[in-house]
Design a protein around this ligand. Structure first.
Ligand code: GAR
Length: 208
């Protein structure tokens, strides 16, 4: 059974998609054992509570330095002994020591087709604003393993979504979530839980 710890910062719709997929049996061999938020007001924490999932909040704001936060944050994560850590809209930079410790055991959902519209400064609505400003006709989402770069780790799954005339960033964001994020994040977890993903030569390989 894959024990999953989900890290969140906001609304938690991706967390909800994973919870629903585990509860309905679409994702197998998986248990969500905990949720950590850096934001005590994140609605994601309510979602965890409603489904009986243990949660805690730990924020860089509570610490005198980033080093101190990083140390306590890793301790908090370690306490769960997770097999897989899922970044579901988690907006805090992951400490390098944690990436090293959990190599190929941390995945992230990003709301674009990497390598487009990703990297530092591209998160949430900003990604969709940039895509519309560039006038691309196809956008999408990516699930990838987390490495030391920003959105540079091995790509596990991607799904494309069409831009439609009159789209606003918020409308496009919702379509990307509905048509791509909420599907490929649970799907990636299911693949990992069932031993179907490996990393070879820096690339994720799926064996069905
Ligand atoms: C999602 O769109 C996710 O892809 C994005 O934040 C949103 C969180 O929504 N993540 C990033 O931009 C990471 N670079 P949610 O809290 O409703 O799941």
């Amino acid at each position: 059974m894959l024990e999953v710890l989900v890290l969140v910062s906001g609304g938690g719709t991706n967390l909800q998609a994973v919870i629903d997929a585990v509860e309905s049996g679409t994702v197998t061999n998986t248990r969500i054992t905990g949720v950590i938020s850096n934001n005590k007001n994140a609605y994601a924490l309510e979602r965890a509570k409603k489904h009986g999932i243990a949660s805690r909040c730990i924020s860089p704001k509570e610490f005198a330095s980033r080093e101190e936060f990083n140390e306590k944050f890793i301790e908090a994560v370690d306490a769960w002994k997770p097999d897989l850590i899922v970044l579901a809209g988690f907006l805090v930079v992951i400490p390098p020591a944690m990436i090293e410790k959990y190599r190929n055991r941390i995945i992230n959902i990003h709301p674009s087709l990497i390598p487009s519209f990703c990297g530092t400064g591209f998160y949430g609505l900003k990604v969709h604003e940039a895509a519309l400003a560039r006038g691309v006709k196809v956008v999408g989402a990516t699930v990838h393993f987390v490495d030391e770069g920003t959105d540079t780790g091995p790509i596990i799954l991607q799904k494309a979504v069409e831009v439609e005339p009159g789209d606003t960033p918020a409308v496009l964001q919702k379509r990307v979530m509905e048509q791509a994020e909420w599907k490929i994040l649970p799907q990636a977890i299911d693949l990992i839980a069932n031993g179907k993903v490996s990393v070879q030569d820096g690339k994720a390989v799926i064996c069905l």
